[in-house]
Design a binder for this molecule. Sequence first.
Ligand code: ZN
Length: 101
Amino acid sequence: MARWVVTCPECDHTFTYCVIEPAILEQAFRDPYRVVPRPTLPDRGDNRTCPNCKIESNYLPFHLFYRDDERGEARAHSESPGSDGCPISAKSKRSNHHARR
Ligand SMILES: [Zn+2]
């Protein structure tokens, strides 16, 4: 799911500020510039506690970054069968040896 993320100025950890509602995304995709409207933040910014270092920082609208999780999920999904990569390359090496004999 797409979301707004912020980066902690203390430890550079990026965490979710808020999840973007599908209805808002759908509207943005109909926009010729595909601009996803940023959430409304208080004038003096919004305080969020970093889940990594537990330090509370003040975030302004320009601190928000759009992130689409779909790619991340795909990568996470391919991580588990990625361990197959080693045995496969070992096998091909062995068959290469066979061919030479
Ligand atoms: Zn932090």
